[in-house]
Design a protein around this ligand. Structure first.
Ligand code: BTN
Length: 247
């Protein structure tokens, strides 16, 4: 995959820009990077605080050639990409919290927001990734639960090198997902890297319901199987979950 990088000092949201570019026909590989976002978006309509140079904020346009039912796996694939990048560049031992948060020692270092849109060239998926580079500007409400590469390594990371490695792995795993048995391979790669895949006791808040149980692997589309205390297996879809915690 060839990447074209569009850089902004400041933008509302790199995801919004990448979605607009995709709707105007941008090719796969268009990558929007900003030093600061004024309206960075997280999952479930949350704000992604994006102070200048405190994080790497970028979004990539993908045009996956996979069956629609496997589209949620683009998110899992992106989590694998970030996991391997942090491990290779900084020797950081990371975990993937289902479905796509990257954690270091139980604290979140990266969030991923994948959004789809119809375009003249077919469906596009925009993968937006926010990686905390520094912890200095964390708002109080996330200070306890978030971490950064700087805090974990005592080094100030080079955002350019980080972006280069991320795009390298993104291209690799995109080919895996689109290739033979791609969905199965990505599920296996994700499962290998996530302590959440099997045997984790979790509490999940879904709309007005809270369930407790133990994780029992992921479905073919990446949904999480949870065995409730009564023995019933529930399938949890990422879009329905307001909150998932270990207990
Ligand atoms: C989450 O809630 O964990 C997902 C956060 C995703 C944040 C990134 S930062 C780059 C891109 N642009 C956005 O507005 N959001 C994503």
């Amino acid at each position: 995959m060839n990447f074209t990088i569009l850089r902004f000092d400041q933008i509302d949201s790199t995801n919004t820009e990448a979605l607009n570019q995709a709707k105007r026909g941008a090719d796969e590989g268009l990558c929007v990077v900003a030093r600061r976002q004024t309206a960075g978006r997280g999952r479930h309509g949350r704000v992604w605080v994006s102070e200048k140079d405190a994080g790497l904020f970028f979004s990539v346009v993908l045009r996956p050639t996979i069956e629609t039912r496997f589209l949620p796996l683009v998110t899992l694939m992106s989590a694998v990409v970030v996991h391997d990048t942090l491990e290779e560049l900084y020797a950081i031992d990371c975990d993937i919290k289902w479905v796509n948060d990257i954690h270091i020692r139980g604290k979140k270092v990266c969030g991923i927001l994948a959004e789809t849109c119809e375009t003249p060239k077919g469906l596009a998926v925009v993968v937006g990734i926010g990686i905390n580079l520094k912890s200095s500007n964390f708002p109080p409400e996330i200070a306890e639960t978030a971490t950064s590469i700087e805090a974990e390594t005592n080094q100030t990371p080079n955002a350019e090198i980080l972006l280069q490695k991320l795009t390298f792995f993104l291209s690799e795993f995109r080919d895996v997902l689109s290739g033979a048995n791609g969905a199965e391979k990505i599920r296996a790669e994700w499962t290998r890297r996530s302590s959440y895949a099997f045997g984790k006791r979790v509490r999940v808040v879904i709309e007005n319901e809270t369930i407790h149980g133990i994780t029992r692997g992921i479905e073919e589309n990446g949904a999480l199987r949870v065995e409730l205390d009564c023995g019933e297996i529930r399938t949890i879809h990422a879009g329905d979950v307001e909150n998932l915690r270990t207990v």
